[in-house]
Design a binder for this molecule. Structure first.
Ligand SMILES: NC(=O)c1ccc[n+]([C@@H]2O[C@H](COP(=O)([O-])OP(=O)(O)OC[C@H]3O[C@@H](n4cnc5c(N)ncnc54)[C@H](O)[C@@H]3O)[C@@H](O)[C@H]2O)c1
Ligand SMILES: [Fe+2]
Length: 410
């Protein structure tokens, strides 16, 4: 197809995408979205362990990673389970961006250990792996067949979650992202049944999170809040969560990066991550995630870091359509002068995100990105975005490539 034909049919394609997004908006309004019972504050992870016993679980599969195990982050959790007569086996094979294979290994341990519940302790990677293990317990189909919308037909095993980053918001979302080992693509499972039964937001477990992981995971939470807020499927409900999250992140992320031991700021970031999760689980995401997922799949770029780099470029591209929305966020967060124009305040918000990257030592370019990969990454990102994300301003292949090229180191 030549360029002029592509230009002619693109507006028609956009009409089809928008129609489909309206269907999803109605579905999000009708389908009940469960929330986990929440325990918050220092040592709330131990309260959660007591609740697991009270719920009648005899033996849990703990899903985590070796780093957390070595750091001793699970010590008091294991002790509390033992004190409450709950046995456990540990699957610590999860790596960043978990694969189908890791899920199946965890599932095998769940079965051989005769477990009756799952406890995830970790960042988004162990939580997502645990969500899919829980789904696989009663859904006897290969993981590939569970990916996509509403494919988890039978109730998962009881799932309890303790996030140690702030974060992905996975403790409250209907999504789990796992990677296909053959295509190396990140393939999401999206189903309300994936929402955990209970979660704890315990900042005392996040004190040792290194500054570079703190900043990247915090920028992931900010991206969730902002993409949900500028989404065409945003509602009063999701707006409230997105604004609350953005405000908490603007006020607290820098503190947690420079002073990791600040428990109050860490707890507020954990809450922000949870609110951002609530916002995007209904309002969805946008081009930042579509592009960053594909950078992650291609180069192994950590999820939060990729989002942090891409966020300002997508916001700039989406102007002026998103100016009133970004201006609203600026006003809510006390950025800029309230009576300034929407365009000016939106720019203040974009400048602020770029300022955060500078402060955290995050480059605006991605070293790993190669010019010869741009076309393929743009194709994959648009494929992901156009039937999943209700973006406020659509882009075609050429526009997406132009945006991605801005991330190249020149
Ligand atoms: N399901 C969802 O809704 C959702 C949303 C966003 C992202 N994700 C997925 O989540 C994954 C990323 O999760 P993440 O960003 O939380 O990182 P992660 O879970 O991959 O962890 C990153 C690193 O931080 C370490 N770490 C975690 N907590 C720590 C702590 N308290 N102290 C010291 N080290 C700690 C881990 O050991 C790991 O080495 C990606 O696969 C992404 O696709 C899922
Ligand atoms: Fe994310």
């Amino acid at each position: 197809m030549d360029q002029s034909t592509k230009n002619m049919i693109f507006p028609l394609q956009v009409m089809a995408y928008k129609g489909y997004m309206n269907v999803l908006k109605t579905a999000a309004k009708i389908i009940p979205m469960p929330k986990p019972t929440l325990f918050t504050g220092s040592d709330s992870s131990l309260e959660l362990c007591e609740a697991i016993a009270q719920m009648g679980s005899r033996k849990v599969l703990i899903v985590t990673d070796t780093v957390l195990l070595k750091l001793g982050i699970l010590d008091s959790i294991q002790q509390t389970l033992t004190d409450n007569n709950v046995e456990f086996v540990i699957y610590d094979g999860v790596l960043p961006d978990p694969t189908y294979h890791q899920v199946e290994s965890g599932l095998a341990l769940y079965k051989s250990g005769d477990c009756d519940a799952i406890l995830a302790v970790g960042g988004g990677s162990p939580i997502d792996a645990a969500k899919v293990i829980a789904a696989r317990v009663n859904n006897h189909r290969e993981i590939k067949k569970l990916t996509g919308l509403f494919k988890v037909w039978k109730a998962p095993a009881p799932l309890f979650v303790i996030p140690t980053t702030a974060g992905t918001g996975s403790e409250v979302t209907i999504a789990a992202v796992v990677s296909d080992p053959v295509t190396h693509k990140k393939t999401p499972l999206i189903d309300p049944k994936l929402v955990p039964m209970m979660a704890s937001l315990d900042a005392s477990l996040m004190i040792g999170l290194p500054a570079h992981v703190t900043s990247a995971t915090g920028m992931d939470a900010l991206t969730h809040a902002v993409e949900a807020f500028i989404s065409m499927n945003a509602s009063a409900d999701t707006d409230a969560y997105a604004i609350a999250a953005t405000k908490l992140i603007i006020q607290n992320l820098s503190i947690t990066v420079s002073d990791g031991a600040n428990l109050d700021a860490r707890q507020k970031m954990a809450m922000a991550s949870y609110y951002a999760g609530l916002a995007f689980t209904k309002a969805s995401l946008g081009y930042v995630h579509a592009i960053s997922h594909n950078l992650g799949a291609k180069y192994g770029t950590p999820h939060g870091l990729a989002n942090a780099i891409v966020l300002p470029y997508v916001l700039e591209y989406s102007m002026p359509e998103i100016a009133p929305r970004l201006a609203k966020l600026s006003r809510a967060c006390g950025l800029g002068v309230t009576r300034d124009s929407d365009n000016a305040l939106a720019q203040v918000f974009i400048d602020h995100t770029q300022g955060m990257l500078k402060e955290y030592g995050i480059s605006s370019q991605l070293d790993a990105l190669k010019i010869e990969d741009v076309t393929e990454i743009a194709q994959a990102a648009l494929k992901e975005a156009h039937f999943n994300y209700p973006v406020p301003k659509y882009m075609d292949q050429t526009q997406c490539e132009t945006l991605i090229k801005r991330i190249l180191v020149t």
